[in-house]
Design a protein around this ligand. Sequence first.
Ligand code: NOJ
Length: 566
Amino acid sequence: MTRSSPASATDNLRRWWADAVGYQVYVRSFADSDNDGVGDLGGVLAKLDYLARLGVDFVWITPFYPTPGDDWGYDVADYCDVDPLFGDLATLDRLVAAARERDIRIVTDLVPNHTSSSHRWFQAALGNSGAADRERFRDYYIWRDPAPDGGPPNNWVGYFGGPAWTLEPESGQYYLHLFLPSQPDLNWRNPAVAGEWDDILRFWLDRDVAGFRVDVAGGLVKDAGLRSNPQLLPIPPRASRWEQWDCFEHLYDVFQPESQDVFRRWRKICDEYGAFLHGETYHLDPRGMDDLLPPDGMHGGYWFAPMHIDWEPAAIRRTLRGPSSALAGRLLWAMSSHDMPRAPTRFAPGSDARAHDDGWGAARTLAFNVLAAFLPGTLVLYQGEELGLADGEVAAEDKLDPVGPDDDVGAGRDGCRTPMPWGDGPHNGFSAAEPWLRSAARPAGETAAAQSQDERSWLGAYRALLDVQQRARPALSNGTAGGNGAVEWTDRGSGEVISYRRGRLAVAANVGDTACEVPLEDGATLLYDSATACRHPGADPSGASTQDAADGVHLLPPASAAVWQI
Ligand code: NOJ
């Protein structure tokens, strides 16, 4: 195993993730190499050439550690191994090495807020491995006596609905879990927990993993006194999990400043290896992002606001411009993930995304990705985004994801997690076996095989975008080491065209519903036009360019974006 160059040698250079493009692999649904119906690390290995051709710099793989699978891998039973369902450590090593040969880095998922209840630490804390272990591990988790009425110690609710506390009948104490009862929260106020995690980070970094996405990075340390949160509203009967969560002001359960001490410590470790430490920083308020990303904390964090907007010019502009310039270069831009409906579904006009959309949801998603791709920071595509995929169709009886009060699978995240459509044949070429999550077959035109043959497919358009973005990096940073190429917004701050300049590049998108003309700068060279890069629903079907240099204008159809060198 090779070790990446230490930060002392690289500190003064541009960090490798600046202006890089990442790709999220939801491992269960990406590619199945052993035909058991579940995607695995061998499947990722087999698709590296596809990822290299797409042009991504790193791949974030969702958890592949031993797990009972209650939260599909986010309930980890051993942080330093691979679940046999997904492969083994030798496959992971092969994958990391084969990716490096293609200039792709592998980034893994750390899940430090909670373990699985099957983890040996929690089993020990329950007393299942003897009294001495119970003594040692009990305080790895958060236990409290019941409230005077016998109920939970405070009023915290879980992200998946219901109380955040479960009673352990043997001891008569409650333990805390911000997610499922089988995901007990670690006690980050116990220094022994932090010590364990230093070893976990080094275990993976020594295997040449290039960085970590930190799950629930707003969690970890809890209020020392575990005070109840102020309640804003009574919880309505049959409230969804989000409605339950929103009934409280979350002063004491999440976003505690002490969590930053953990990230400062991890930052030092990651800097030794030149690794990229970034978090699931789920805060929709830009000021909250500043708190979650102090300069000496994680290198970066996901900015989730774009996943929560409608296709509406003011909202798009706000999410792009919102975060403070202090965070420039430190945000990860992602439009979709394994937790949210895919962007083409969210952005589809009308109520029935698949039946009436005609590609508008995918066109809007591409236009947003063009805007984000040239801003400081790191663009991350979710698997299948490059194929323009809307959510897969999962019949009510096949739904699996139990988030929501009373294990409400209807509230779950299955639609964005259906298997990747690689080609024709059973299960769209994902696996010879029935996939773990059953869904309707995708039409041939949505598969990677068909789109690979067609330059003006969504895949062709994303390949071209990533190619342009990669070539443009020197022009973005003005070619200087560590240069960030500040953004100058060139639109009016309102209206349907959003545009900016960065370095020697100009980017403009039409986020309205009718075509708009944008004035061309003198000598501007068109590098990319999403309306002609694919069969855009609003463009000339012949694919002819709509730039008229003589008139000094470029016509942007609705939901399209273009990039120029100036
Ligand atoms: C965020 C992950 O992305 C999600 O899938 C998971 O359920 C929760 N964190 C809990 O780990």
